[in-house]
Design a protein around this ligand. Structure first.
Ligand code: DQA
Length: 147
């Protein structure tokens, strides 16, 4: 049972970038902690970050048949990318969209997600905890399936 953690543009700067908005944890620490969290439950996590839209699309295409779910923070592409939305629609893998900040209390251009309508769900504003909650949702959903 495997999950994919996908982070989009500028999230490599986590910890250094606007810490008041995005928190102090680095991407490396987040990836390590989330890996440990899923391993406690005998799951596996692959991680990938890219600043390039096409590379994120390639990862989504390659996820088919490999993952029970994708935990995806698409960064600024959330609000602009028809191509990422189409990629999510083109595979059978559920995606949970995660935002560190509460995008609905920020600038109005962040209030629209082009991706959320094709995602399983969205978590916004809970900081790094959102990634853990998304992982937990996938892992628990899967337990129910096996009942
Ligand atoms: C973000 C919110 C986006 O609006 C922004 O462009 C980001 C980060 C978040 O995690 O809060 O890069 O996805």
């Amino acid at each position: 049972n495997r999950l994919l953690l996908l982070n989009g543009p500028n999230l490599n700067m986590l910890g250094k970038r606007e810490p008041d908005v995005y928190g102090k944890i680095t991407l490396k620490a987040l990836e390590e902690q989330l890996t440990a969290y899923v391993e406690e439950k005998q799951w596996k996590l692959d991680v990938f970050q890219s600043n390039h839209e096409g590379e994120l699309i390639d990862q989504i295409h390659a996820s088919e048949g490999k993952y029970r779910g994708i935990i995806f923070n698409p960064g600024g592409y959330t609000h602009t990318s028809v191509a990422l939305r189409d990629a999510i629609s083109s595979v059978n893998v559920p995606v949970i969209e995660v935002h560190l900040s509460n995008v609905y209390r920020r600038e109005s251009f962040r209030h629209q997600s082009l991706l959320a309508p094709v995602c399983r769900g969205q978590i916004s504003g809970l900081g790094a905890k959102g990634y853990f909650l998304a992982a937990r949702a996938f892992m628990e959903e899967d337990e129910r399936k096996d009942d």
